[in-house]
Each structure stands twice: as structure tokens, then as C-alpha cells.
Ligand binder design. Structure first.
Ligand code: NZQ
Ligand code: ZN
Length: 396
């Protein structure tokens, strides 16, 4: 096991009516004038937004509203938020939404005290040294941003999607009421579960091979998510299953399943180019890439894929044929993706074939103009990225 620091400082307030505590939590973490940040309308339609604003105002807090965050959140909205926060002297940001809203809030929070352009952080040109405090009311379990140290922003100028992570942007609190996810459409539910499972798998497929306890936690998260997604697709108001999924999304990305591991993250990096170029749902993009990544890197550590096949995908272990067992695990994952409405290749994701020129452009961006590799389970050079995109470009 590698040495590690486990730091998950977010106060989680979980359960029915947990949002009732919002004003007290904002005050506890020093907020007076609160930017309430939200997305395209689901929080408005459900009445959650009005409820939160009412609770904040009753609690003696001033509110400033900024909605309109879209999935794959845009830099222009971040700039708008920074200007608004400065003008209104906002001292706390509250997100009501999912990963896109929380990531947009994180970028705004970095940008307010910074003299330059916040995009500098995402480009790696500068490091944030301060950040406004933040909390969130989660409405979609998926990205894990409510407990993660990362944020991912898309610059519309060139469709460039980049991540930036520091401890500064950890949410002070995360309010999680599983009932708030009852209204999620099946596609977002399935894409969310795909994303959280991938956050666990990115860590499971690490170069290290000596992490019994962390593996056991990871396998429990994966098996639970895999089972519960069918329950909520059948009955969107199944509180028990929605609750497992909501907590699972946080455990999958608060690094619990990564203690002692270096993680891989190539599938995420390859996917960010897909959602940057085609504006697709992140979780669905991951499903379109992972089977090709898995087949491409399989020989790197066959026994790890066998463990995944047997312990997660319930494939019988054929001890005479480890590669065959491993491949059956990948095929079982593809069947699982299809069964929850996820794609398993790029044409299924974007509804058409992808061109060689588009693949070349994604490889250029993913390798930062051919200067960086991706992944650790197998270190991917630009030619490996091309090969994986080409595999994913083929229909099954
Ligand atoms: O905008 P509204 O109207 O709210 O609709 C949203 C959106 O269309 C809808 N939605 C959310 N809660 C709902 C609901 N619809 C009905 N009922 C509800 N209760 O769901 C759609 C997707 O929301 P979004 O926030 O985009 O989803 P998600 O949480 O999957 O976030 C995706 C973003 O997070 C990034 C992704 O790249 C992507 O940009 N990620 C962030 C990470 C992080 N910060 O640590 C890690 C992840 O790997 C990921 O990259
Ligand atoms: Zn993800």
C-alpha cells in the first residue's frame, strides 16, 4: 500500500428534510451574503430553490441568485458569477444542483479573490491560494463534486474542458436528501451511476496490487450501485435505493476507494475530450470509452481484470483461462451498460460515426499538444489514445 493522506473535511447532512438545516449551516461556516447557484430549471420546478431561498432569508441571510448553469459548465457563466459576487459582496456560495453547478461554484469561488483570469488555474498557469467558502444541496448523485477536491470547466472558446483540483474548494457542508433525486430522468440516473462506478474503477485499476481492504470497499460500492440502479429505474421513488446511490456517489469520489492507490484516470481524461467536443453527458461518455480502454490495457495486469470480473461482475472464474475470464468481465460490463440505457461506443453516444479528424483533435487536446501522457495502470502515449478512440469508434 502506498503512503497516503485521507482528507474528507465536508460535513455531510444526509436524509429526509436535511435541507431544513441550510441556514444554520451557512451561518456556521461564516456566510452572510449568499450566492445561490443553480442550473437550468429542475430545482425551480421542484420548488427546492424557493424553499432554500426562503429558509436562508428566514435565517437572516441575504441571497443573490444566479441560475443557468448547463451540464459541462461553461467558463462564461463562471465569469458572470465572479462579477456578480464582487458587486454584491458575496461571502458564501451555495450550490443547489449537481456536479455542474458545484463545479461552476468552485470556479467562481476561486475567481472572486484572484486578480487574473480564473482560467489560468485550469490551464496550469497559476495556483489558487484562496477561495470563497461553499456548501451545496445535492440534487443528482453522480460526479461526487460534493466531497471531491476537483472541478471541471468547459471553455466555449475551442470546446476545451479542463479540470483543476485543490483542497481549498472542498464543500464546507453537503446537504443530501435522497428524495430530491426522485425527479431525475432515467438517463441522468443511469449516467450518474455510471460515473460514480467509474470513479471507483479508476482507482481499482491502479498499478499497485496490494490493497485488500480498499479493494473490498471498492467492490462493495460497485456491487451496491450495480444492484440499486435497477431498483430506481423500476421505481424512481424507491427511497432505500436512492439513498444507497446518493451516499455511494460521495464514497466513490471522496477518495475512500483510493486510499493507498495512485489510480488510473485515463478513461476520464479521454471522456473529457468527448464531452468538450460533443457536449454529451459525462457518465454516458465514460461508458462509451471504458470497454475499449479495458480491452486495450488488459494485458497490463490480467489478474486485476479477473478480480473485477469475478468479484464485481459475477463471472465464474475459469482458472485455466484468465484472459478469457477477464474478457467476460468486460463483456458483462457492456451488457450492464446497455441494460441501463448507456452506450458502449462512440457512435452509440453521439448518434453518428466519428471522423479521423475528430479523433486526431481529441488526441491533441488529451495529450496537451503531445506533451503529456495519460493513465497510470498503463501509461498512454498519444498513439495509445488514438488506438483507444479508434476502438471506441467501431460499432459493437
Ligand atoms: O440544470 P438542471 O435543470 O438542474 O438539470 C440537470 C441537468 O440537466 C438535471 N438534474 C439535476 N438534478 C435533478 C435534475 N433533473 C431532475 N431532477 C433533479 N433532482 O441533471 C442534468 C445533469 O446535471 P449535472 O450537474 O450536469 O450532472 P452531474 O452531477 O453528472 O455533473 C456533471 C459534471 O461534473 C463533472 C463532469 O465532467 C460534468 O461536467 N465532473 C466533476 C467532477 C468533480 N468535480 O469532482 C468529477 C467527475 O468525474 C466529473 O468530471
Ligand atoms: Zn466522473
Amino acid at each position: 500500500m502506498k503512503d497516503f493522506i485521507y482528507h474528507a473535511p465536508t460535513e455531510v447532512v444526509f436524509g429526509k428534510e436535511s435541507e431544513e438545516q441550510v441556514a444554520g449551516l451557512v451561518r456556521k461556516y461564516g456566510g452572510h451574503t449568499v450566492l445561490v447557484h443553480y442550473g437550468g430549471g429542475s430545482a425551480k420546478r421542484s420548488g427546492l430553490l424557493d424553499k432554500i431561498c426562503g429558509l436562508l432569508e428566514e435565517g437572516g441571510l441575504k441571497t443573490v441568485l444566479l441560475g443557468g448553469v448547463v451540464p459541462n459548465p461553461r467558463l462564461s457563466k463562471v465569469h458572470e458569477g465572479i462579477d456578480l459576487c464582487r458587486m454584491k459582496k458575496v461571502d458564501f456560495i451555495l450550490s443547489v444542483g449537481g456536479g455542474s453547478v458545484i463545479d461552476s461554484a468552485k470556479a467562481i469561488a476561486y475567481g472572486v479573490p484572484y486578480k487574473g483570469d480564473v482560467w489560468d488555474f485550469y490551464l496550469g498557469k497559476a495556483d489558487a491560494v484562496e477561495c470563497l467558502p461553499m456548501g451545496c444541496v445535492l440534487t443528482i448523485p453522480a460526479a461526487g463534486s460534493e466531497m471531491s477536491d476537483g472541478s471541471v470547466i468547459t471553455n466555449e472558446d475551442g470546446g476545451v474542458k479542463l479540470g483543476y483540483g485543490t483542497q481549498l474548494c472542498r464543500q464546507k457542508f453537503a446537504i443530501m436528501n435522497p428524495e430530491r433525486s426522485f425527479t431525475l430522468p432515467p438517463y441522468q440516473t443511469a449516467a450518474g451511476v455510471t460515473d460514480m462506478m467509474m470513479h471507483t474503477m479508476e482507482r481499482f485499476f491502479s498499478p499497485e496490487d496490494d490493497m485488500t481492504l480498499t479493494d473490498a470497499v471498492a467492490e462493495a460500492v460497485l456491487r451496491t450501485m450495480k444492484a440499486c440502479v435497477f431498483d430506481v429505474l423500476k421505481d424512481p421513488e424507491d427511497y432505500r435505493a436512492r439513498a444507497q446511490i446518493m451516499w455511494g456517489g460521495s464514497l466513490a469520489h471522496n477518495d475512500l476507494t483510493g486510499c493507498g492507490l495512485s489510480g488510473d484516470w485515463a478513461t476520464h481524461q479521454l471522456e473529457h475530450e468527448l464531452s468538450g467536443m460533443f457536449d454529451v453527458t459525462h457518465g454516458a461518455g465514460l461508458a462509451a470509452i471504458w470497454p475499449s480502454w479495458a480491452r486495450y490495457v488488459l494485458q497490463q495486469n490480467v489478474s486485476r481484470f479477473v478480480r473485477f470480473a469475478v468479484n464485481v461482475m459475477d463471472v465464474p472464474n475459469d482458472f485455466t483461462d484468465p484472459v478469457g475470464t477477464a474478457l467476460k468481465g468486460i463483456e458483462a460490463m457492456e451488457r450492464f451498460y446497455h441494460s441501463i440505457g448507456m452506450p458502449i461506443n462512440i457512435p452509440e453516444l453521439i448518434g453518428r460515426d466519428i471522423t479521423e479528424a475528430e479523433i486526431a483533435e481529441m488526441v491533441r487536446k488529451c495529450s496537451h499538444n503531445y506533451t503529456v501522457t495519460q493513465g497510470r495502470f498503463k501509461v498512454l502515449q498519444p498513439e495509445d489514445m488514438t488506438a483507444i478512440y479508434r476502438m471506441a469508434a467501431r460499432q459493437a
